[in-house]
Design a protein around this ligand. Structure first.
Ligand code: ATP
Ligand code: NCN
Length: 212
């Protein structure tokens, strides 16, 4: 599963887990992008941070691994190169490439799309707010997965606004964001505020209110 993963969230993890179960996959390789060329007008966090958050998020699942192929390859990231690199590393494997509905809708604009189809089986998963396109091809499958209305954009915006991201992203990712002060940006926060945004602020209003 390729992605910018800025940050990785439970929408990614549920999609990967569902596809692994449905297709009987032995391994799901998460591949953080190096330079996502279709996001060049968006500020993207350093690739090492996105890679490390992906490692933290997937560590507890023995079938989940993380690849550096895209972040170690210079230049813009194209899936054609990702799949060629993964094929070189795993010559015997049957390759599947997992994408959400929004990415699937853009796939015809991807580099070398005609050749891309021959390198893997593509699995498009449902995502709230996005229509899964009908792609009438032999090596494309569509899969309905539990709806997780989460995006990395919303997570970044929540951190900037000092709102919690607990339970939207894995606990270790909450801590990583706070520790390295990611997404503190525009909110004008200093280090202390960034720590409050992630590590210790559990969303309580400090009045002793208890919800059940
Ligand atoms: N909630 C979700 N449910 C299903 N698929 C998802 C979900 N979020 C992301 N994906 C898919 O995961 C892949 C990587 O997504 P990406 O890292 O760009 O996350 P994002 O939440 O879309 O990020 P951003 O908001 O920054 O654009 C894409 O194929 C995307 O469609
Ligand atoms: O190959 C391409 O031209 C291409 C264009 C846009 C996106 N992708 C891939 O699609 C995956 C999801 O991308 P994104 O930008 O939604 O995180 C990721 O692996 C990208 O490298 C690939």
């Amino acid at each position: 599963m390729g992605g910018t993963f800025d940050p990785i969230h439970h929408g990614h993890l549920v999609a990967a887990s569902e596809v692994a179960a449905e297709f009987g996959l032995d391994e799901v390789v998460f591949v953080p992008t190096g330079r996502p060329w279709q996001k060049e007008d968006t500020e993207v966090s350093p690739s090492e941070d996105r890679y490390l958050m992906t490692v933290v998020a997937t560590a507890s699942n023995p079938r989940f691994t993380v690849s550096r192929v895209d972040i170690d390859r210079p230049g813009p990231t194209y899936t054609i190169d990702t799949l060629r690199d993964l094929r070189r590393e795993r010559p015997e494997a049957e390759l599947f490439f997992i994408t959400g509905a929004d990415a699937m809708a853009q796939i015809m604009s991807w580099k070398d799309i005609d050749e891309l189809w021959s390198l893997a089986h593509f699995v498009g998963v449902t995502r709230p707010g996005h229509e899964l396109p009908e792609l009438d091809r032999q090596n494309v499958s569509l899969l309905e997965v539990p709806a997780m209305a989460i995006s990395s954009t919303a997570c970044r915006n929540r951190v900037r606004a000092h709102k919690p991201v607990w339970y939207l992203v894995p606990d270790g990712v909450v801590q990583y964001i706070a520790k390295y002060e990611l997404y503190a940006g525009d909110a004008g926060s200093d280090g202390a505020e960034a720590v409050n945004a992630g590590t210790v602020d559990t969303g309580s209003n400090g009045t002793g209110a208890v919800g059940a």
